[in-house]
Design a protein around this ligand. Structure first.
Ligand code: MTE
Ligand code: MOS
Length: 818
């Protein structure tokens, strides 16, 4: 089934925050953010700003009626700075004016004097100073201390991954509207309506039942609106409460980039030990997470880095320690993968370090160490592993050996273009790691005309969750999708929602919908059974009608081999009498609903689902935190222009474990999008703060995001249709985040291409591998052997010749970049 938003998106009819028609009298906000990353506010002068035309009022922490606090996990994040500022862009004041332009103009007239304090941007320095957000955590399996003795080879190193800007197309924003009796409706571009509701409640002092947070859809969230939508909503609500006027604030792109946190950069140390046979016996890792100035979601992100620190591998002895380090950057936050990618990068780097030192292919070590069913993760859960199956299938289907041979032939034949290939297995746990968050509710109404309305806590942000939820309801009622409408997410309809995150939204909310629909179906069946005087067991919904199942026969064609012939004819509203002899009776869906309504049967249901069987004991760091895992393997091939450092991704070839996918089109879209976003993180996207903690990459001119040239020339996706039972909705495994980590392969493929050109290259395990860094790497370590002046000249000629002669190869097509 196609994404139900496809047509409206294409026509430009979908409603985002900025498309909501404005009420008369709406005012507009703009934030004055701290120009300094760390310091003490000595004075704040608003007088000139207040006199600017159109300015209604300027708010500061003094106007907060409740608590000046929006920290979700740890209460360490003031909404407005009071005496101290902790990062550049930290809200100091909110100007509310009659127009956006007036509000922004007034912001420029605010004067602040800040006495600067030392700025820390490096997590290792923060850790050394004891600047930790929460206590460090350590996951352990086996005993690394004694395992080192059994290792034939031990390697150590450091790995660094940089941040990533979410760059959702729709920026952050909110629109608060005063209703009667202290009630406020807030339209928010948030993944977490309940988190917004809680934050506003705290700041305004209004109870949650006064706050209706409504979300129709997001123009992307990618984790950036899981926690950080709260600020703008709280600001708008605060002004709305004071002024009793609608207040809107949709952030300009640069404000959004400067004021919001990003993917956490990590710096890590690793130590890996292997036996003679390249089995990994021991792995130790220390992760330094750059959390930024406040906790935000950092402790939870940190936890997932630990959960995924061994990726798809079974390692019998592991010790993994993680520090969440407080620096003076905007609080970093959730980003697709939620710490998992950062943890996985380090183990991949460790394996590559070993492989390079041992002179073997990394894939040899990777494959040998994939975990199998029954193997224990460092956190105690036992794997139901599809890792070897995905790897095996990818290797065979995409002819890995032949691909390798092609790369070798290409490299032998080209002096200035080199290809690199890398394999990236992925294993990602599905569930919120905080067990309590794994719950969801659904409210289903069947109206008397047979149309159906479904509300859940799920937020549609492009990932297609509404389509999947609609499929669930359509299947449960056996009716056409067109009869069903998925309503905007609202905290008045559905309470206490978990954020749309952790890839688990369709699983959690879909299951709740299924429960609600199943209950209504049971009621409908009882009505019919009574009407027909038959056993309710013999009543069945199918193809927009209710049927009486003929005795002894099942409606399930698969089971009896008889199928539709056992059904009575659908009367399509003509008559409702008995069907032909030996066949059952039937009623159309609309007749059925009307019949139930006239009999005063409840046609609405609210259901609650909580994932069974999951638990985690943080005091022992052991448990069974995930409902299941998603697996996959990606093969990435790149071509590097060794004269310029430019590159292209030739192909990403994936075998992805989708369980029994309920929507291959949507899943494919998620996989393709995840891969490109992952490649962006690993290659061109470079978040850059200077030593004063100011964001230098604060616009699309200085922050490069993947464009059409970064997209792999081909993405092949094959689904591993696993039969194993799982807790996914309809056994269709979650797909939102895992594919991002396939993108990690691009870094290692590029690294291999550089080494093909210059085996002596000195390459830190540090991302992103921008073209600039690739170029530095190509000529590092004394440069490629034999690269004399004479050689260079020859190479240049060779390069030109090749570019002309290889139209189909990316080096040639790379011309288009300029
Ligand atoms: N896909 C689109 N188009 N837009 C998004 O914002 N967010 C990703 C992923 N895919 C996102 C997306 C993230 S971070 C998560 S956690 C999941 O979608 C959340 O949705 P799900 O639980 O329905 O998979
Ligand atoms: Mo996704 S990072 O869990 O919003």
């Amino acid at each position: 089934m196609k994404n139900i938003d496809a047509a409206a998106h294409t026509r430009g009819e979908s409603i985002y925050l900025d498309d909501i028609p404005l009420l008369q009298g709406t005012l507009f906000g703009a934030v004055f953010g701290s120009p300094v990353a760390h310091g003490v506010i000595r004075s704040l002068d608003l007088t000139e700003a207040e006199r600017m035309p159109g300015v209604v009022r300027i708010f500061t922490y003094k106007d907060v009626r409740g608590e000046n606090q929006i920290g979700g996990i740890v209460p360490d994040e003031p909404l407005f700075a009071e005496r101290h500022v902790h990062f550049c862009g930290m809200p100091v004041a909110l100007v509310v004016a009659e127009s956006e332009a007036a509000a922004r103009a007034a912001v420029k007239k605010i004067r602040v004097e800040i006495e600067p304090l030392e700025v820390i941007t490096d997590p290792r320095i923060a850790q050394a100073r004891g600047e930790l957000i929460v206590a460090p955590r350590t996951f352990r399996l086996g005993d690394t201390d004694s395992a080192w003795k059994s290792c034939a080879f031990i390697f150590e190193g450091r790995a660094d991954t940089n941040g990533q800007e979410h760059l959702y197309i729709e920026t952050q924003g909110a629109y608060a509207i005063p209703l009667e009796n202290d009630t406020i409706r807030i339209y928010s571009s948030t993944q977490a309506p309940t988190a917004v509701q809680r934050a506003i409640s705290k700041v305004s002092g209004l109870p949650m039942h006064c706050l209706d947070v409504e979300v129709t859809r997001l123009g992307g969230g990618f984790g950036g609106k899981e926690d950080q939508a709260n600020i703008w909503a709280a600001l708008c609500a605060l002004a709305c409460v004071h002024l009793k006027k609608p207040v809107k604030y949709a952030l300009p792109r640069t404000d959004d980039m400067v004021m919001t946190g990003k993917r956490h950069p990590y710096s890590s140390d690793f130590r890996i030990g292997l036996d003679e046979d390249y089995k990994i016996l021991a792995y130790e890792v220390t992760l330094y997470q750059n959390a930024g100035a406040a906790a935000d979601l950092s402790p939870a992100v940190l936890e997932r880095s630990l959960f995924h620190c061994t990726n798809s591998y079974f390692i019998p002895n592991v010790r993994a320690t993680a520090y969440s380090c407080r620096t003076h950057l905007p609080p970093n936050t959730a980003f697709r993968g939620f710490g998992g990618p950062q943890g996985m990068f380090v183990i991949e780097a460790a394996i590559v370090k070993a492989a390079e030192a041992l002179g073997v292919d990394a894939a040899l070590i990777q494959k040998k160490n994939l975990h199998r069913t029954g193997d224990e993760f460092p956190y105690g859960q036992l794997a139901e592993s599809e890792a070897p199956a995905c790897w095996q299938k990818a290797e065979e289907l995409y002819e890995l050996e032949a691909l390798r041979a092609e790369v070798a032939v290409f490299n032998a034949g080209h002096a200035l273009f080199k290809k690199g290939i890398a394999v990236m297995p992925v294993c990602f746990g599905i569930s919120f790691t905080k067990t309590l968050m794994n719950q969801a509710r659904a409210l289903v109404h069947v109206y008397s005309d047979g149309s159906v309305s479904v509300s859940t806590g799920a937020v549609e942000m492009g990932q297609g969750v509404n389509t999947k939820i609609l499929q669930v309801a359509a299947a449960a009622f056996a009716i056409a999708p067109a009869r069903i409408k998925i309503q905007a997410t609202s905290t008045f309809r559905i309470a206490n929602t978990s954020p749309t995150a952790a890839s688990a939204t369709a699983d959690l909310n879909g299951r709740a919908v299924l429960m609600a629909c199943t209950e209504i179906v049971a009621r409908l069946k009882r009505v019919v059974a009574e009407e027909w005087g038959v056993d309710a067991e013999r009543v069945e919904l199918r193809e927009e009608a209710v049927w009486e199942r003929v005795k002894g026969r099942s409606l399930e064609g698969e089971e009896t081999g008889e199928g539709q012939r056992n059904l009575g004819r659908s009367l399509e509203g003509e008559e409702t009498g008995e069907g032909p002899r030996n066949l059952g009776r039937s009623l159309s869906w609309k007749q059925l609903v009307l019949l139930a309504f006239t009999k005063r049967v409840n046609l609405s249901e609210h259901a609650h689902y909580a994932t069974p069987g999951i638990h985690f004991d943080a005091s022992r760091e052991k448990g069974h935190p995930f409902a299941y895992h998603v697996y996959g393997t990606a093969i990435t091939v790149v071509t590097l222009d060794c004269l310029r450092g430019r590159y292209e991704v030739d192909a990403v070839k994936v075998v992805h474990d989708g369980g029994a996918s309920m929507n291959l089109i949507i899943d494919r879209g998620q996989i393709e999008g995840g891969i490109v976003q992952g490649i962006g993180w690993m290659t061109v996207e470079e978040v850059l703060y200077d030593e004063e903690g100011r964001l230098r990459s604060n616009a699309l001119s200085t922050y490069k995001v993947p464009d059409i040239y970064s997209v792999p020339r081909r993405i092949d996706i094959d689904f591993l249709h696993t039969q194993r039972d799982n807790l996914a909705i309809f056994r269709s495994k979650a797909v939102g985040e895992p594919p991002l980590m396939y993108g990690i392969g691009a870094y290692f493929a590029l690294r291999n291409a550089i080494r093909a050109f210059n085996p002596a290259a000195e390459l830190a395990f540090s991302t992103p591998m921008t073209p600039e860094r690739a170029l530095m790497g190509l000529y590092s370590g004394g440069g490629p052997a034999g690269m004399t002046n004479e050689g260079e000249e020859r190479a240049v000629k060779d390069g030109q010749g090749k570019r002309a002669g290889n139209e189909q190869l990316s080096p040639a097509s790379g011309e288009g970049h300029e």
